[in-house]
Structures are given as C-alpha cells and as structure tokens.
Ligand binder design. Structure first.
Ligand code: NAD
Ligand code: ZN
Ligand code: ZN
Length: 355
C-alpha cells in the first residue's frame, strides 16, 4: 500500500499531513461548508496532487444545487478545473512523477474498453467518473487524479490562467469543432460567461468570425475585447433579427448560456444548413419548430467536455499564446459569495481560487 504522509512532508515541509481544508457540499441546495477533511490516499493508478489553483465552473453550482437528474456523490468536494503539483503516487503509477504539473478534469476517468472508449467517444463512456461530481474534485488543498486521464499541463503555463482551460477551454474548443464552422465563416456564441468568453477566443484562433449574445452589456464588452465583430444584448434587441441583418445568418452556434430561452433563440440566428451545438446545461426544455428545422436542414447536437486528445489540443492553443482567459483570483473562503455572483450573472470571465 502507498504511504502518503512522508511524500507530502518531503514535497512541502510543514504541510498538514492528514487533514486539508476543502469546500464541501454537505446538504444539496445549501451553502458549501469550508471544513477540515482527510487528505485522500492515492489508490493504484492514482496520484495525489497539491492543488494550487482551481477555476469555478457553473457546473459546480449546478452540482451544489442538485440541478440535474443524476445526483452527485454525497459530502461532495466540487471542482474540475484544478491545477496542481503531484506530491505522491499510488501503486503502479509509471507515467506521472512527483513534482509534475497536472490538472483534474470533468472526464476524471473512463473504462477504456467500451464501444465509446474504443471509438474516440470516451466522453460518452457509461462507466466514466466525473471530477467534482462522482469523485471529489479541486475545491480542496489536495485532490486525486487518475494517471491515465489527468491533464498534463504544458511548461510555462500560468496556474491561474490555465485552470479554466481544463473545463471551459476544452469544452468550447470541442463544441466549436462540432459546429463544423470553417475559417472565414460565422459562428454565434450565445452566453459570454466563463465558457463563452473563452469560446470567442478559440473561435477567432480557429479562423471563425464571431457574433456574441448575452443579457449583460459587460459580457458583450468582454466579447468585443476578445474579437467578436457583432454583439447583441438579448434583453433589448432580438438576436435573430440583429444577427441575420449583420451576418446573413451564422453558419453555426455554440450555446453556453444558462437560460433555456437562449436555446430557443439559437434557431433564429442561423442560416440554412447550420449546426447548433449545445454546451450550456440549465435544467429545462427548449421550444423548436419542426417544420423550420426540417426545411432549413438544421442540425442540433449536444456536446459534453472533450476527450483527452481534445484536452491536449485545447492546452496547446493556450501554450501557443492564442487564449488568455479573463480571470480574477479569490480564495476558498469566498466560494459561497462566488456562487451567489455567478447565479446573478455578475462574474466577468472566470473566478479562479488559489490555495
Ligand atoms: P457562467 O455563469 O460563467 O456564464 C453563463 C452566461 O450565460 C453568463 O454570461 C450569463 O449572462 C449568460 N446568460 C444568461 N441568460 C442568458 C440568455 N438568456 N441569453 C444569453 N446569455 C445568457 O457559466 P459557465 O461556467 O460559462 O457555464 C455555462 C453552462 O455550461 C452551465 O450550464 C454549465 O453547467 C455548462 N457546462 C457544460 C459543459 C459541457 O461539457 N457541456 C462544460 C462546462 C460547463
Ligand atoms: Zn465545468
Ligand atoms: Zn468506456
């Protein structure tokens, strides 16, 4: 069996060896409790990581509220944009070493052998574990990763800037690929929050022209700063009319918004033959006209995070200086306040907590 404490002591003299501070969902729908919990022990194939920074994704808020049909684990430590340093290895780990910089991810592990894993769709694996949902995540001073699925962080990455790539970045990069929009064509990014403001940057880096929709002018300013050519505030202007007039209808849409209304509106902004990709996960349903979808040959598809290969590619865009998430640094003790601002749509870019 693995002995954890000596390795932690070696890596970080004076660090607590058996307990750590973490933000925990004790009761679904109630504020998180910042408390001392045991430092986890890495099992076979796992590594213990000292977390240095963690982004706060809207998914963490959905998890804390119990918004979705599949419930998270009990006494959950959320967080799936965790960046840190490996401090101890479980049995049999050969591809990670102590001191290496890694990230956890929503796709914390998968079975590796099912039809989805075999065909490049490991994100659909029915045996997958999800970081900060079915297994504990990065809202604590230490976390576990699976050596096969941990993201390898490129050298020179800024801990705070790179953290949001681990979920927001890889998710929108994959989602944009799924739109099939080609260089020089238009894409609408609907929802310019943590995911959306990074989506604007990936879209530009992939050669796309960007129209942005949100319900808050500050978010639209952010979209323009990151390269959006057309911006629409859906509370004052009809996105369909404005985007059709400015672009002739976009070739694709990526919906990252947290209100179902944005999903209905996606159909109005596209030209014929377009692909609409849903990333956002607000509870609820959307309204769509069947005749319109058939006659205009519109494709609507969901997209969930990305594979390990998508992660490598998304991190490579970052490493080459193409992507600069807008981030503000806060601490674990701020988590309930961060969630409250997130709920009101009052966060520009991403909040990253450092420990
Ligand atoms: P966020 O809170 O940072 O941003 C949400 C944005 O949506 C805000 O800018 C808000 O102003 C905007 N918005 C709200 N109502 C809108 C409307 N009617 N029209 C347009 N914009 C509107 O959230 P985030 O972290 O970017 O996450 C967004 C969503 O994506 C969440 O539901 C999250 O769970 C989901 N998500 C999905 C995946 C995936 O793999 N599919 C991965 C990560 C997050
Ligand atoms: Zn996320
Ligand atoms: Zn599988």
């Amino acid at each position: 069996m693995t002995t954890v404490a000596p390795t932690i002591n070696a890596a970080r003299a004076g660090a607590p060896t058996t307990t750590m501070r973490a933000a925990v969902v004790v009761t679904s729908g109630q504020p998180l409790v910042v408390e001392d919990v045991p430092v986890p022990t890495p099992g076979p194939g796992q590594a213990l990581v000292r977390v240095i920074a963690s982004g706060v994704c809207h998914t963490d808020l959905h998890a804390a509220r119990g918004d979705w049909p599949v419930a998270p684990k009990g006494h959950l430590i959320p967080g799936h944009e965790g960046y840190g340093e490996v401090v101890a290895l479980g049995d049999g780990v050969t591809t990670l070493e102590v001191g290496q910089k890694v990230g956890n991810a929503w796709l914390w592990s998968a079975c590796g052998v099912c039809q989805y894993c075999r065909t490049g769709w490991e994100t659909l694996c029915e045996q997958q574990q999800n970081g900060g949902y079915s297994v504990d995540g990065s809202f604590g001073e230490y976390m576990l990763v699976d050596e096969r699925y941990a993201a390898r962080i490129p050298d020179g990455a800024d801990p705070v800037e790179v953290a949001p790539i681990l979920c927001a970045g890889v998710t929108v990069y994959k989602g944009l690929k799924m739109t099939g929009v080609r260089p020089g064509e238009w894409v609408t990014i609907s929802g310019i929050g943590g995911l959306g403001h990074i989506a604007v940057q990936y879209a530009r880096a992939m050669g796309m022209r960007v129209a942005a929709v949100d319900v808050d002018d500050a978010k639209l300013d952010l979209a323009r700063r990151h390269g959006a050519e057309v911006t629409v505030n859906a509370t004052t202007t009809d996105p369909g009319e404005a985007i059709q007039a400015a672009t002739g209808g976009t070739h694709g849409v990526l919906v990252t918004a947290v209100h179902p209304k944005a999903f209905d509106q996606a159909l109005a902004v596209v030209r014929r033959g377009a692909t609409i990709v849903f990333n956002g996960l607000p509870p609820g349903t959307f309204d769509a006209d069947i005749f319109d979808i058939v006659l205009r040959a519109i494709t609507i598809r969901g997209s969930i995070v990305g594979t390990r290969q998508d992660m490598i590619e998304a991190l490579d865009f970052y490493a080459r200086g193409e992507i600069h998430p807008t981030v503000a640094v806060e601490s674990l003790d701020d988590i309930n306040d961060i969630f409250e601002r997130m709920e009101r749509g009052k966060i520009d870019g991403r909040i990253v907590m450092t420990y």
